[in-house]
Ligand binder design. Sequence first.
Ligand code: NAP
Length: 413
Amino acid sequence: MRNDLFELGDIPPLGTVPERMYASVIRRERYGPPHQAFRTEVVDVPEVGRGQVLVYVMAAGINYNNVWASLGRPLDVIGTRLRQGEREDFHIGGSEGSGVVWAVGEGVDQLAVGDEVILSGAQWTETAADIRLGADPMTSDSQSVWGYERNFGSFAQFALVDEYQCHPKPAGLTWEEAACFLLTGATAYRQLCGWAPHDVQPGDPVLIWGGAGGLGSMAIQITRERGGIPIAVVSDEERARYCERLGARGTINRLDFDHWGRLPDIGDHEAMARWTAGVRAFGRRFWEVLGERRAPRLVLEHSGQDTIPTSMYLCDTAGMVVICGGTTGYNADVDLRYLWMRQKRLQGSHYANLRQCRDIIHLVAGGRIDPCLSWTGGFEDIGKAHQLMSDNQHPQGNQAVLVNAPTTGLNTL
Ligand code: NAP
């Protein structure tokens, strides 16, 4: 006889799966600001299928993608899944986390009940035709983001993942540290190290937007580890000091400039002259911080519409702007003359493959990169944490919430 429901932190016997669980749930009728969209509910524990693993979640990381899930745009995640034939009319987000393997499906042979794991946020079909032909799984047509496009993420007592999403949890990390860095860390790692020959080389200046944010804090450290020169963009002094502590050579305060947004019309000479003056002033500031007149060989982008024109203009000849998001919008302008005449590369990049995930986990486990955990909340704080992120009022670095872990700090089952 299965026990129906356990309270958060009231740990069932290892391997005992209850029928129902607590989850922080988004529903279509609550789409809107995150503080309104998330609500704790009791739902059925999902069935474990072939190749799948049920994980008892100890802690979960907070990421920007569930700000988008709350808003229901640009993707209506629930409506999209319903149209694809899934029956759940709710969304359980959370694209990273840490926990304990609680049940395994048929065919799972590399994990056992009781293993402590870190969960990676992308899913794909291992037998997909493109993967069988050698594609990086992140470029597979079958790839999607768990806890965003796919359901049953880490904002619940139990998460449902594929076996390959589970990475061994380094023993020296707390549950909340292990839960907070993989999504931003692996994404930044692929951006900076995954697109040869534009991977960071010793001495390369790298411009990093949002240096004190999740991606930015990881990107500064990865650049530093590779011998590059990270220069971070921020919006206040406290964030500037934080980036410097992580190894940024210096910072640029974006609020000192006002040429943001889409490019003026090419025929509007006055507006174009104003824009050019703005971007050149920003470029001179970059040189001052760098200490020499060199352009960034790489620009780590995620802010999107407001900053892409500047990123493309500033990037060195034959350099690369590598982008993984569009916080300020997707309708960005590129002056193609600079793209082809100066042979620049504008590269899209999305999360990371398993090798890249494992690399960043090793760097964190070895103490070379700090997971940058700045704040740990409780289960009821999930909506609040996403709201702060949406308002750009969240703490620096990465954030996590405890799910079943009883307290912060090092503790085991
Ligand atoms: P985050 O922690 O909120 O950091 C983003 C930073 O962007 C903020 O710290 C803020 O720093 C800066 N920012 C805000 N408004 C800006 C503006 N108008 N112009 C320039 N910078 C601005 O978020 P994150 O976790 O780093 O994620 C950032 C974006 O990347 C999100 O859109 C997210 O969805 C996307 N992302 C994509 C992937 C992927 O796999 N494709 C993975 C991770 C994240 P300042 O105010 O100090 O400048």
